[in-house]
Design a binder for this molecule. Structure first.
Ligand code: ADP
Length: 467
């Protein structure tokens, strides 16, 4: 049995480890899928934005217009029409005036392509440098300025840079120097970058994966459930097998003595040794052993009935009379044993509606147990009283029952599995049958106990149950 127990422990350990390993692999795969989807999603979006940014004529023309105006403003500065401080002001003015169209064009294209509406994009100016022979003149640098010129939408957070460019633009114009028109040219270096920001993209990716996640969790729960169910079944089966083995051992043990005696008796009959032992005596032995065997078999057959197989023949009996008779018979059968019984019968003149035959069997079963599972002087306290129901209590000072055994006592063939107890004969049917009888009477039976101190059995039955 210990071997079986450790086998089950190994099985549980192996299953749990396997399940954990499986979960780790599953989590790893799901995480991988998430990362892949995330990358694919970002890449797809970047590609779409780049295509729009590079190839859409509307965007292109807005960009050219912006650039041309910038160049004109810088040329104006060179001609002295625009002060240096106003350059940035005009930049801003132009940028703002174009931005509405820019956003609209971009958005339209994104919607057409079915892209995420949460996506925001912006084209940011980093530096504007006027390149001259004498040296470069930085007109604007985003690092020195709080505000920046941008086409597109504002967004909080970093954003993902999808491209950056530096371009030189040349612009020719007629400069008026001392009243004369002289062709002149400026070279301007624009540095820009394009950024996108997809708000809540994690949610978008997760939403795409929701089916996969739900399926994984469902499969996990299913496997876990099947495993749990199988192991629970296995343990239950094991317990049944143990109980049955115990029962077979017990009953074989009980059969051994009468069978051996019968063999002896038949041997005597065969050799006809009537001189040594009169025939009647041998026959009496055979009869006695035969009865014993029959009683054993009947015990198994009768005491195995479940409460819905028991057909009660209820009668109205005087309660005090009934219990006194049962207890008197019980004491008679234990004459000469060390049994002291105190009885408290507070039943008055009440009569109860019971099946006396069955209820007596149940009472004798618990009374016999109180004597059987006791090692010293046996002191029993039997009380019966009626309030709304009939309450019967039997208290003993026996060996007691460990609390973990209490829930199994009423199971068929169950016996407490400790050596000291097993020296006492029994088939594990007494309490099973007592409970079935009480149930057939619509009553309840409860056992409380403490090892070394004793056991209390309490039965409660309805007094006048309608037939
Ligand atoms: P059996 O007496 O044939 O073993 P029962 O069904 O009557 O079967 O009892 C089941 C088990 O409960 C017994 O094996 C015994 O260990 C325990 N038991 C029953 N009654 C008592 C009691 N009064 N004191 C201690 N143990 C008890």
């Amino acid at each position: 049995m210990a071997e079986m127990k450790s086998k089950i422990a190994i099985l549980i350990l192996a299953s749990v480890t396997g399940l954990c390993a499986l979960s780790i692999v599953q989590a790893y795969l799901i995480n991988n899928t998430y990362e892949l989807r995330k990358d694919a999603f970002i890449e797809e979006t970047i590609e779409a934005v780049t295509v729009i940014d590079d190839h859409l004529t509307k965007i292109d023309s807005i960009r050219s217009e912006w650039r041309d105006t910038m160049l004109e403003i810088v040329a104006g500065h060179k001609q002295g029409h625009v002060t240096r401080d106003s350059i940035l002001y005009y930049f801003q003015l132009k940028t703002d005036s174009l931005n509405g169209d820019f956003i609209a064009a971009f958005q339209e294209e994104l919607t057409k392509g079915g892209f995420n509406p949460l996506m925001k994009f912006q084209k940011k100016v980093l530096t504007v440098i006027l390149v001259e022979e004498a040296g470069n003149d930085t007109l604007y640098s985003s690092t020195n300025n709080q505000e920046s010129y941008l086409l597109g939408q504002q967004f909080t957070g970093e954003g993902t840079k999808i491209s950056g460019s530096t371009s030189y633009s040349e612009y020719s114009f007629d400069n008026e120097i001392s009243g004369e028109s002289v062709p002149d040219m400026i070279k301007v270096n624009f540095e820009t970058e394009t950024l996108i920001n997809i708000e809540g993209w994690e949610r978008v990716v997760l939403e795409e994966m929701v089916g996969l996640l739900v399926l994984s969790i469902a499969i996990f729960l299913f496997v876990f459930g099947v495993l749990f169910y199988s192991i629970r079944n296995l343990i239950a089966q094991k317990k049944i097998a143990e109980v049955k083995t115990d029962f077979i051992n017990n009953i074989s043990h009980e059969f051994k003595t009468p069978l051996a005696t019968l063999t002896l008796a038949t041997g005597m009959l065969k050799t006809n040794s009537a001189k040594k032992q009169p025939l009647e005596e041998t026959v009496a032995i055979v009869e006695r052993q035969n009865k014993r065997l029959q009683k054993l078999l009947n015990q198994v057959l009768d005491n195995s009935m479940s409460h819905n197989e028991i057909v009660l023949d209820k009668r109205e009996v005087d309660a005090t009379d009934y219990f006194q008779t049962v207890l008197k018979d019980f004491m008679l059968s234990h004459k000469g044993e060390n049994v002291v019984l105190t009885q408290e019968l507070s039943l008055g003149e009440k009569s109860i509606l019971i099946d006396p035959f069955y209820l007596t069997t149940a009472l004798l079963n618990i009374l016999d147990n109180a004597v059987k599972y006791n090692t010293g002087e046996i002191a029993l306290n039997f009380s019966a009283s009626t309030k709304e129901r009939l309450q019967i209590t039997l208290q003993d000072n026996g060996i007691g029952i460990a609390s973990k055994e209490l829930k199994s006592l009423f199971e068929k063939f169950y016996r407490v599995g400790n050596k000291q107890v097993h020296e006492v004969k029994g088939l594990g049917l007494g309490l099973f049958y007592a409970e079935q009888i009480v149930k057939a009477h619509d009553g309840t039976i409860v056992i409380t106990s403490k090892v070394g101190e004793g056991t209390t059995v309490t039965m409660e039955l309805p007094i006048n149950h309608p037939i």
